[in-house]
Ligand binder design. Structure first.
Ligand code: MN3
Length: 248
């Protein structure tokens, strides 16, 4: 896959190449709320992982997701993962300092479970937007067609993978830098069935708490609604950032 941004659009920052917003501006797109790189503003501050604000009002995704659903999901569930991650890291630090690493296996599992939950939920909020679901455009559209043949084929595979997650977990659209391709993946729980090194671009929460108040056991209805508000601009921004960081 080729890229159509020039070297002057790439800023070397912190040792990594980060795509500047110049190409977004040229394409007439506004800066995504998630920022222009792979960092997730608000998800880590003052030396601790943190609960970022939603990138829109709690009622902004109605009727797909209600104000009440988002309050519970963000303020309670997501917050619990942030707290669990910081607690696990504190305990790991204490264990490291004391030299008593007997509990490292359980603590490492806590860190992976809560850390993956925190990152995936932060991505999830940006994976939707009011008025989303528009046609994928630009360089990201070419990548989608190269990996899936068409946008419709991607959406169908993403929806089926999300619907068919066994028990609780996520549907994930990811960039795999080794082969320079896009993959649709299933994650069981938050941390199982991943491939190390992938960069998630768009995620759908199919844990029951994400949809049960409104969709009860009808996960397919929830997933079909999710894709209608999917934020492909956010996925495209992350894709461009991932490509810029990949190197040759
Ligand atoms: Mn959730």
């Amino acid at each position: 896959m080729g890229t159509n941004f020039s070297r002057r659009d790439v800023l070397h920052w912190g040792g990594a190449a980060v795509l500047l917003a110049a190409s977004d501006r040229a394409a007439g797109q506004s800066m995504p709320a998630g920022g222009s790189g792979l960092a997730l503003p608000g998800a880590f501050k003052d030396g601790k992982y943190a609960l970022p604000d939603l990138p829109y009002a709690y009622n902004a995704l109605e009727p797909v997701l209600s104000d009440q659903t988002l309050h519970l999901h963000h303020d309670k569930h997501h917050a619990a993962y942030v707290n669990g991650l910081n607690a696990a890291l504190d305990k790991i630090q204490a264990a490291r300092k004391s030299g008593d690493l007997a509990s490292i296996r359980a603590l490492s599992r806590d860190m992976a479970f809560n850390g993956s939950g925190h990152i995936l939920h932060t991505l999830f909020w940006h994976s939707m937007k009011p008025g989303g679901g528009a046609k994928i455009q630009g360089e990201f559209a070419k990548a989608v067609e190269a990996s899936f043949e068409s946008q419709d084929a991607l959406i169908k595979q993403f929806a089926q993978a999300s619907k068919d997650v066994e028990a609780s977990g996520w549907g994930v659209l990811a960039y795999e830098p080794v082969a320079d391709k896009l993959l649709v993946m299933q994650a069981e729980r938050h941390e199982d069935l991943t491939i190390w090194g992938v960069i998630p671009l768009l995620v759908c929460d199919v844990w029951e708490h994400a949809y049960y108040l409104q969709y009860q056991n009808r996960r397919p209805d929830w997933v079909d609604s999710f894709v209608k508000i999917a934020n492909w601009d956010f996925a495209a921004q992350r894709y461009m950032a991932a490509r810029a960081c990949r190197g040759a």
